[in-house]
Design a protein around this ligand. Structure first.
Ligand SMILES: [Zn+2]
Length: 146
C-alpha cells in the first residue's frame, strides 16, 4: 500500500487501510515540509490547518480504491499575495477533483471504445463508481466528442 501511494507522489505516507465490500479505503498523509502557493509561487512552510480530502484512484486487485488524504493548508507569507492561505497541491490530481488523473485517463480510454452507458456498467463492476454523465464530461474535457 505504501508503495502504491509513492507511485502517486513520493511525499505521500501510508497511514492505514480497510477493506469494506468492494472498496479499499486508504488513509494517507503528506510529508512535504513546504508547499508552493498556486497564486503567487511563494514557498511556505507555515501550516494553517488540516482537512480531509477523498478521491478515487485506480483499483487494486479488483477492489475500488478511495484515498482519504489529510490535506494541509499553508499560510502564504508573501505580503503582496491576495490569498492568505492555500491548500497543498499535487501533480496527480487537479485541485478539488474527486478522481486522480490516471483514473480519469483509464475511464476516458475505456469510454472511447464503447458507449458511455456500457463504459459506466463496466467501470462500476470493479474499477470505479462512475455515471454516464461524468464519463461524458470527462470526454468533453479531453476534447473527444462522441
Ligand atoms: Zn501566495
Amino acid at each position: 500500500m505504501h508503495r502504491i501511494l509513492k507511485l502517486l507522489d513520493k511525499n505521500l505516507l501510508y497511514v492505514n487501510h480497510k477493506i469494506q465490500g468492494d472498496t479499499i479505503f486508504l488513509a494517507a498523509t503528506s510529508k512535504r515540509k513546504r508547499a508552493k502557493c498556486p497564486y503567487c509561487g511563494h514557498v511556505s512552510s507555515s501550516i494553517h490547518s488540516n482537512y480531509e480530502r477523498s478521491f478515487q484512484d485506480l483499483p487494486i486487485s479488483d477492489k475500488k480504491v478511495l484515498v482519504i488524504l489529510k490535506n494541509r493548508k499553508f499560510f502564504c507569507q508573501n505580503p503582496y499575495c491576495k490569498k492568505n492561505t492555500f491548500a497543498e497541491c499535487f501533480d496527480f490530481i487537479v485541485s478539488k477533483a474527486k478522481k486522480t488523473n490516471r483514473l480519469e485517463e483509464e475511464i476516458v480510454s475505456l469510454a472511447l471504445n464503447c458507449s458511455s452507458i456500457a463504459a459506466s456498467v463496466q467501470l462500476k463492476r470493479n474499477i470505479v463508481n462512475v455515471g454516464k454523465s461524468t464519463i461524458c464530461e470527462l470526454l468533453k474535457k479531453r476534447g473527444t466528442k462522441r
